[in-house]
Design a protein around this ligand. Structure first.
Ligand code: MG
Length: 265
């Protein structure tokens, strides 16, 4: 069942979204060679709690940390660890979520560690554009298929793999609500979008083949061919005036002015 949100509900999503985004931005600032993913996790947890939030991921389905930290061939759900030290040339996808006043925010970004190759830089740029294009398609009257198609077609145009067995999702007072929001689809197919739907759009795109598996820790998803993966995510509200990114402080988009392009913050 899809829970449509009121204007007041969307204000709640913007509050938790702003904290989620700020936690992500600060986590990104910590990314450098020599830091462990556990250090970033500890900082984010303290930062979210200091601002009256609860780290949304901690304990969710038993996840042991406040951020997901997925390095290189890890697509999503990487577990932070003191032993995982970032090194020059790595990429790290960080997923942060903050719950404030019962509302849940969810966003992710893939950061470069030091200097990365042009090939991987392009993967990051295209995946970020996939997110922006997916958000642009999130207007009333379009369908979930239109969002998925926008993401998939842009990634495939560049020869990248599209992860299909992990998807975006409805979000609100719970992290995962209906509907599923796949990163693939056919134009005009699937559930029709309407004002009040709030969803997390999160393309997961791979440099090689997108086939993947879960590691023995039962969480971390990695590409089978070892190729690097990128993951960018925002939570948005679909309104009659178009998509509004809720994981974004009003008038302030710290990560990228291009993010969402036509979407308002
Ligand atoms: Mg998500």
């Amino acid at each position: 069942m899809i829970n449509l949100k009121s204007a007041q509900d969307i204000e709640g999503l913007k509050r938790c979204g702003a904290l989620s985004k700020e936690a992500l931005r600060l986590a990104g600032n910590m990314v450098k060679p020599g830091i462990s993913t556990e250090e970033i996790d500890k900082f984010v947890e303290a930062f979210i709690r200091m601002h009256g939030g609860i780290p949304s991921f901690k304990g969710l389905y038993g996840f042991p940390a406040s951020i997901c930290a997925s390095v290189n061939e890890e697509i999503v759900h990487g577990i932070p660890s003191a032993d995982r030290i970032l090194k020059d040339g790595d990429i790290i996808s960080i997923d942060t979520g903050a719950t404030v006043g019962g509302w849940v925010g969810d966003n992710a970004w893939t950061f470069a560690v030091g200097h990365i190759s042009d090939e991987i830089k392009a993967l990051l740029e295209v995946t970020r554009d996939c997110l922006a294009l997916g958000i642009e398609a999130a207007v009333p009257g379009n369908t979930l298929g239109d969002i998925g198609y926008a993401v998939q077609s842009h990634a495939q145009k560049h020869g990248y793999g599209v992860v299909k067995n992990y998807v975006g999702h409805g979000i609100g007072r719970a992290m995962h609500e209906d509907p599923n929001v796949p990163n693939y689809g056919k134009p005009h197919k699937g559930i029709k979008l309407q004002a009040g739907m709030c969803i997390a759009i999160e393309p997961m795109i791979t440099l090689g083949n997108a086939d993947n598996r879960v590691l023995r820790n039962k969480w971390t998803v990695v590409t089978n061919d070892g190729s690097p993966a990128a993951h960018f995510e925002n939570t948005i509200a679909i309104t009659k005036d178009g998509p509004v990114i809720t994981t974004c402080e009003p008038g302030h988009n710290p990560l990228d002015v291009d993010e969402g392009r036509n979407a308002s913050c």
